[in-house]
Write a protein that binds this ligand. Structure first.
Ligand code: HEM
Length: 108
């Protein structure tokens, strides 16, 4: 699947209540999402992650496309006990659109 970044920007509205991305992005309810691709899970200094996300970090989990896709589809299925209270995006195309948008703010 190929994502469409401008549709992803629209779809990212369901994330904006908790996350910022782009220049000047800061942590809010959730951590900022700049550089998310290739970023180690639970690695933003000063953000208070759940025990589940701390465990994923300790296990060395890195946000690849596959992992991000799984987390966005069903957060709790990938990271048990995650604090991200978001039901997930069921539509695969929509997940890929959001990932294409996030990729604008990632080096990898
Ligand atoms: C964590 C993406 C919606 C709250 C994360 C992480 C990603 C992410 C990639 C892991 C960050 C890291 O490891 O540093 C998204 C996207 C969303 C979305 C793309 C929309 C499709 C939401 C919403 C909320 C939220 C709506 C609040 C209701 C959080 C919180 C965490 C988190 C609190 C930390 C989780 C933990 O410590 O277990 N999100 N998120 N997110 N998100 Fe979201």
């Amino acid at each position: 699947l190929i994502g469409d970044a401008s549709r992803g920007e629209e779809a990212f509205r369901q994330c904006r209540g908790c996350h910022q991305v782009g220049p000047g992005a800061e942590n809010r309810v959730g951590p900022h999402l700049n550089g998310i691709f290739g970023r180690r899970a639970g690695s933003i200094e000063g953000f208070d992650y759940s025990d589940g996300m701390d465990r994923a970090h300790a296990d060395g989990m890195v946000w690849t496309i596959e992992r991000l896709d799984a987390y966005l589809e069903n957060p709790r299925a990938l990271v048990s006990g995650t604090r991200m209270s978001f039901r997930g995006i069921k539509d695969a195309q929509e997940r890929h659109d959001v990932m294409a948008y996030l990729r604008r703010y990632s080096a990898s």
